[in-house]
Design a protein. Sequence first.
Length: 154
Amino acid sequence: MMKDLFSEVRTIKESQAQILQRQLGNQNPQPDLNEQVEIGHPGSNVFVRRSQWDTANSRDTFQSMGVSLVKALFQEYVLLRSNFKRGASKIDNNAPQRPSSDKNILAAIKEAVKQKFPAEFKPTLFGMAVNNMMTDMRKKAQIAANIQDQEGAN
């Protein structure tokens, strides 16, 4: 009787191990968040980290997805000194003319955003969203610089 009991326990344990192995084999491994994802079209050579892509891809509008990718792909100092398109300000005639951001990167961003939002994408609104983000960054940087100047004068 004990022999039968040990045999049943062994069979149960083997079955549990097989079930557990199948469950572990069916799980999708967690993606490496530092893995590089190419955006735009294959061969664009524009890459973001998986975590940056997942963040941008989770956005609900083409504007917010585009802004997220721009922030991921350009360093802050580049964004502070550039515009979406090169040229003079259409709002403030006294504003300095700023260079454009890298055209290859911007083309890849636009393509990735258009792929997710083909019906909603509007190039003009996309450019406005990116320029508005850059303008906000410049305003915040200017305010921070003014505060530092005031503190230094005291």
